[in-house]
Design a protein around this ligand. Structure first.
Ligand code: HEM
Length: 120
C-alpha cells in the first residue's frame, strides 16, 4: 500500500477519534448518567476503532518513510496516548470537560504540526 493511502486512512482514524471525543465531552457537559444513553456505544466504537486506525496507518507511513523513530514520532505517540485517556477524564471530572475540549483541539493541532514540520 502506498504512503498516500496510509495518509488518507490516517485521516479517517483522526476524524473518528475527534468526532467521538466531541460526543463524549458534550455528554459530560450535559451531565446525567451517560451509561444509560445509547449514543455511548457509538462513541466507544468510533473512539477505539479510530485510535487503532490512526496508529496502524501512522506506523504504515513511518515504514514507508524509513525514518526510524525521530522525536516528532515519539511526540505523536504521546499525543495518541493522551487522546486515548482525555475522554474518560472528562466523563469523570465533568467540571473540567470544557477545558479538556480545548485541550483536545490543541493536541490535534500539535500532532499536525509535528508531522508536517518535523521540528526534532
Ligand atoms: C491522534 C493523534 C494524531 C493526529 C491528530 C495526527 C495528525 C496527523 C496529520 C494532520 C498529518 C498530516 C501532516 C501533513 O500532511 O502535513 C499526519 C501525518 C503523519 N502522522 Fe499523524 N497524527 C496522529 C497520530 C500519529 C501517530 C500515533 C503516528 C505514528 C505511529 C503518526 C504518524 C504520522 C506520520 C508518519 C505522518 C506523515 C508525515 C509526513 O507526511 O511526512 N501520527 N498526522
Amino acid at each position: 500500500m502506498s504512503f498516500d493511502f496510509y495518509k488518507i486512512v490516517h485521516f479517517l482514524g483522526i476524524f473518528m477519534v475527534f468526532s467521538a471525543l466531541g460526543g463524549q465531552i458534550v455528554m459530560a457537559i450535559n451531565g446525567g448518567d451517560a451509561k444509560q444513553l445509547p449514543g455511548r456505544k457509538w462513541i466507544a466504537m468510533f473512539h477505539g476503532v479510530g485510535l487503532l486506525i490512526v496508529l496502524v496507518a501512522g506506523f504504515g507511513m513511518i515504514a514507508k518513510l524509513g525514518v526510524g523513530f525521530p522525536g516528532w514520532v515519539v511526540g505523536k505517540i504521546v499525543i495518541w496516548v493522551a487522546l486515548g485517556g482525555v475522554g474518560a477524564i472528562a466523563a469523570r471530572k465533568k467540571n473540567l470537560a470544557g477545558m479538556i475540549w480545548v485541550l483536545v483541539l490543541l493536541l490535534g493541532l500539535t500532532a499536525a504540526y509535528l508531522a508536517h514540520y518535523k521540528p526534532f
